[in-house]
Design a protein around this ligand. Structure first.
Ligand SMILES: [Zn+2]
Ligand SMILES: [Zn+2]
Length: 257
């Protein structure tokens, strides 16, 4: 792995950008393929209504978001190459400890940023993502580019401040993509008893984020429920409605009669 890190650090900027484009593209394709596989094989476990037909603008925002994420990874490579970001090379228990550290720190930072973009004067930026209250795997990437940039900068700040191992950092990036994809499946891959088991019940689920798309006042976290529990924003009926779509709110129901 050390040879690979040396090789990657010494690439020319153009070649590094091309490799990062490929790595981002493969990650995107794998996540989408697994997402669609889960959506189709678990269609009897829907936690939100089936999505509306795909709109062209969803594809456009996804393409723009892809470019923003690519630029963020180029910036990270550049900062690493010039010594501003430190990536440790140890592989023992300390390296694995970086996984929960990065997950919890990023979860708190993203929870706070998510609460901020729900403030009335910033919500217009976030409204696009909430337009899709019946998420599909692609919805993970349908964000205002400013929002994608904001989350990317947050990650850059964390890796600038915290010298993680390559093991911890790459595992975290996998968890980030997997958790984000799971939150937009529209189906729940975990069994009904999941939300009643200690420790497991603290982890983010498809139900958890699907509920946020149906009720914008609750469930702002991403990887865990810890910060929502701590700050009192977890949907009170999360456990009771785990694995099921939210009931239609009374206000909406009144429109339909
Ligand atoms: Zn979402
Ligand atoms: Zn939101």
């Amino acid at each position: 792995m050390n040879d690979f890190l040396d090789w990657a650090r010494d690439l020319s900027p153009v070649v590094a950008a091309a490799w990062l484009f490929g790595a981002n593209l493969v990650s995107f394709a794998v996540a989408m393929a697994l997402g669609h596989l889960a959506t189709h094989s678990l269609s009897r476990h829907r936690v939100s209504l089936p999505p509306d037909p795909l709109e062209t603008r969803e594809l456009l925002y996804t393409a723009v978001g892809f470019v923003v994420n690519w630029l963020i990874t180029i910036a990270a490579w550049f900062l690493w190459r010039h010594g501003f970001v430190v990536i440790r090379r140890d592989t023992g228990w300390r390296a694995w400890l970086d996984v929960p550290i990065l997950v919890l720190v990023m979860d708190l930072a993203m929870y706070m940023l998510h609460r901020i973009v729900h403030l009335p004067w910033l919500f217009p930026i976030h409204r696009l993502h909430h337009h899709y209250d019946r998420p599909r795997p692609l919805s993970l990437f349908v964000l205002n580019p400013l929002e994608t940039l904001g989350f990317g900068l947050l990650w850059l700040v964390v890796i600038l401040l915290y010298p993680s191992s390559w093991l911890g950092l790459s595992t975290y990036l996998g968890i980030n993509l997997g958790a984000g994809m799971m939150g937009h499946l529209g189906v729940e891959p975990f069994p009904g008893w999941w939300s009643r088991v200690p420790v497991l019940r603290q982890l983010g689920t498809s139900t958890f984020h699907a509920q946020h798309h149906q009720d914008v006042h609750h469930n702002f976290g991403f990887y865990t429920l810890i910060w929502d529990r701590l700050f009192g924003t977890l949907l009170p009926t999360y456990d009771a409605q785990f694995g099921h779509p939210l009931a239609v709110p009374p206000a909406d129901a009144s429109h339909s009669v």
